[in-house]
Design a protein around this ligand. Structure first.
Ligand code: 3PG
Ligand code: MG
Length: 400
């Protein structure tokens, strides 16, 4: 990778200079209490970059998206609580601008002193950030770029997005890769190009359609592909089982059947399922064989026999990549599958990578030892697209 890094920038000297840092502060909020952060892992992951710049006397302007607001301000998705949390983590208040490129942002950028950190409001409150139209994106990027002398990208979780703050700003400002982006890419490169065998991939999450490309890309490389989470039901259906009210992508059943045939036994599915009467922590639930899910129930987790089966496949692995929870781990009765599989991954005598927002949050929410994993990625979609072999617009822009 030929690109300039944060260390290069620090070497050039940044005292008194304004540095725009693209971070991924897309942290999860409590479903019932917007603004209450349930996992601040992404904020912690960018701290080394912010601290290095601050300590070097830079005026640090941080930008991020949060959630998927539709190009206009939406109080549900304000970054204000994240500014507070960043301040706590940095041990010094982080200023917050109530807009991204408006009057408040301009005033607060102007007032920044050496070594101070400012967070601007959610990038996606502006249509230009995600616009397909190149000119609209470029116009927004020019406004952002006008605030700073340099650009640092440390938003690994967003490098797969061709958005103004990721792709267009680095075309305007001298640009550098932050330490988080560098570390993530280094790990994923290793897993993609030279995974030590046996290589086991564990996939969960709700939709087969989201994971189809990565399944196709990985199948020729892996010894086993273990499938749990909501997406397993479409595979179970493809095996001829009824799945009751479980999540099902009808239009993907044939695709799953084809994948199972191609995999020739290397795709491993759950053998038992925790089936509930409804999607709720208080719902009545029973463990049933995966081939006998009652018509009036939905599977919300994999069962203990599946955990044992998956753990047996994971045990001898030298490389494990895991993306996506095995069940609805946020609800206590449906957390055991994710916990069991995660624990099996921590025990391997090899290198494990946890890919992504939700699985990384699961590791921390379930109180598992983060240091027992080889690498916990901050990017779900980004790490999957890397494994698929796609060009990531954010990385491409840094390399130019
Ligand atoms: C993520 O949560 O995967 C990243 O923050 C990117 O968010 P997005 O999928 O809404 O672009
Ligand atoms: Mg996400």
């Amino acid at each position: 990778m030929i690109l300039k890094t944060l260390d290069d920038l620090l070497g050039e000297g940044v005292s008194g200079r304004r540095v725009l840092v693209r971070a991924d502060l897309n942290v999860p909020f409590d479903k019932n209490q917007p603004g209450v952060i349930t996992d601040d892992g992404r904020a912690r992951a960018v701290l080394p970059t912010l601290i290095a710049l601050r300590d070097a006397g830079a005026r640090v302007i941080v930008v991020s998206h949060l959630g998927r607001p539709k190009g206009a301000p939406d109080p549900k998705f304000t970054l204000a609580p994240v500014a507070t949390r960043l301040g706590e983590l940095l041990g010094a208040p982080v200023a917050f601008a109530a807009d991204t490129v408006g009057d408040d942002a301009a005033a607060k950028v102007g007032a920044l002193e050496d070594g101070q950190v400012l967070l601007l409001e959610n990038l996606r409150f502006n249509e230009g950030e995600t616009a397909k139209d190149e000119a609209a994106r470029a116009a927004f990027a020019a406004q952002l770029a006008s605030f700073a002398d340099y650009y640092v990208d440390d938003a690994f979780g967003a490098v797969h997005r061709k958005h103004a703050s990721v792709y267009d700003v680095p075309a305007i400002l001298p640009h550098y890769a932050g330490g988080l982006v560098l570390r993530e890419v280094e790990v994923l490169k290793k897993v993609t190009e030279s995974p030590e065998q046996p290589y086991v991939v564990v996939l969960g999450g709700s939709k087969v359609s989201d994971k189809l490309a990565v399944i196709k890309a990985l199948l020729p490389k892996v010894d086993k592909l273990l499938v749990g989470g909501g997406m397993c039901f479409t595979f179970l259906k493809a095996q001829g089982h009824e799945v009751g009210k479980s999540l099902l992508e009808d239009e993907m059943v044939q695709t799953c059947a084809d994948l199972l045939a191609e995999a020739d036994g290397r795709i491993v599915l759950p053998v038992d399922v925790v089936a509930a009467t409804e999607f709720s922590a208080d719902a009545d639930h029973v463990t049933v064989p995966a081939s006998e899910i009652p018509a009036d129930r939905l599977g919300l987790d994999i069962g203990p026999e599946s955990v044992a089966l998956f753990a047996g496949a994971i045990g001898p692995a030298k490389t494990v990549f895991w993306n996506g929870p095995m069940g609805v781990f946020e609800l206590a009765p449906f957390a055991a599958g994710t916990r069991g599989v995660a624990e099996a991954i921590t025990k391997i005598d090899g290198f494990s990578v946890v890919g992504g927002g939700d699985s990384a949050a699961a590791v921390r929410t379930l109180g598992l030892d983060e240091s027992a994993f080889g690498h916990i990625s901050t990017g779900g979609g980004a790490s999957l697209e890397y494994l698929e072999g796609k060009t990531l617009p954010g990385i491409e822009a840094l390399e130019k």
